[in-house]
Design a protein around this ligand. Structure first.
Ligand SMILES: [Zn+2]
Length: 252
């Protein structure tokens, strides 16, 4: 697992049977695509599933490509291929024990976890990977629309740690392009250069759909408890990914 590293992250019950969590570096790297030993990544993923009471492969993962496609996945399917998508919605018809969940991998992009309630009272879960391209392409619109299409009401969203608007330096033309789509993204770094405030943009996109959204307030570049792509590049350290995770236990 993680040697002597104590686990510092946890899942929080946000509604009966629904748990939301964001891992940190004490969960280890959870991505296969960043050059890590696959056996070690698999161990890390199994440990996370155990904490989430979703052991046995019932957490769905995505092959993320910075797009805006939302995949509808069935819970409890072992060994099914990860969909190529940047958001997922869990079809509650297939939720079976011990628990089913959705994961989104990040290291500076905004991990978003969504929970809504279906017309029969069933939980409707979603996740989204909102980096700069996803914010521009409308991944938040996509996942919220898919949840609403499934009949979700009372949608609530939690943002996990991501790079903040004071740190995420971008070229002037990129800031202009994203801010034209989402004005709240316009930001300036703490050293006075053009930047993007992705969490502010995601919050605005969610709230425009009537979603109750909770900010994280944690910056991955500044807080070494989380993986940060830009910090890894700056410091020449190995890449890693942490996750946003939402799970549901079957209703009695
Ligand atoms: Zn920051």
């Amino acid at each position: 697992m993680n040697g002597q590293v104590a686990r510092m992250w946890s899942m929080k019950e946000v509604r009966p049977g629904i748990r939301v969590g964001f891992t940190d570096t004490t969960a280890g790297n959870l991505a296969f695509h960043v050059g890590d030993d696959p056996a070690r990544v698999a161990e890390h993923r199994a440990a996370v599933a155990a904490v989430a009471a979703a052991a046995g492969g019932s957490i769905a993962w995505m092959n993320q490509v910075h797009g805006a496609h939302t995949a509808v996945v069935a819970g409890g399917e072992q060994g099914s291929a990860a969909p190529t998508a940047d958001a997922m919605v869990l079809d509650p018809a297939n939720v079976s024990g011990p628990a089913a969940g959705l994961a989104v991998m990040v290291a500076d992009c905004v991990p978003v976890v969504l929970v809504g309630t279906g017309s029969g009272g069933e939980p409707l879960l979603g996740v989204a990977h909102a980096g700069r391209p996803g914010v521009e392409a409308g991944v938040i619109d996509s996942v919220v629309s898919q949840l609403q299409h499934a009949g979700a009401a009372g949608i609530e969203a939690w943002l996990g740690p991501s790079i903040c608007g004071s740190c995420y330096e971008v070229p002037e033309d990129m800031r202009a392009s994203v801010a034209a789509r989402v004005p709240q993204a316009h930001a300036t770094t703490s050293w006075g250069t053009p930047a993007l405030d992705l969490p502010a943009a995601v919050l605005a996109q969610l709230r425009a759909h009537g979603v109750t959204a909770h900010a994280s307030g944690i910056c991955t570049l500044e807080d070494s408890r989380y993986y940060s792509h830009r910090r890894s590049q700056r410091d020449g350290e190995p890449e890693g990914r942490f996750i946003g995770l939402v799970t549901a236990t079957p209703r009695p």
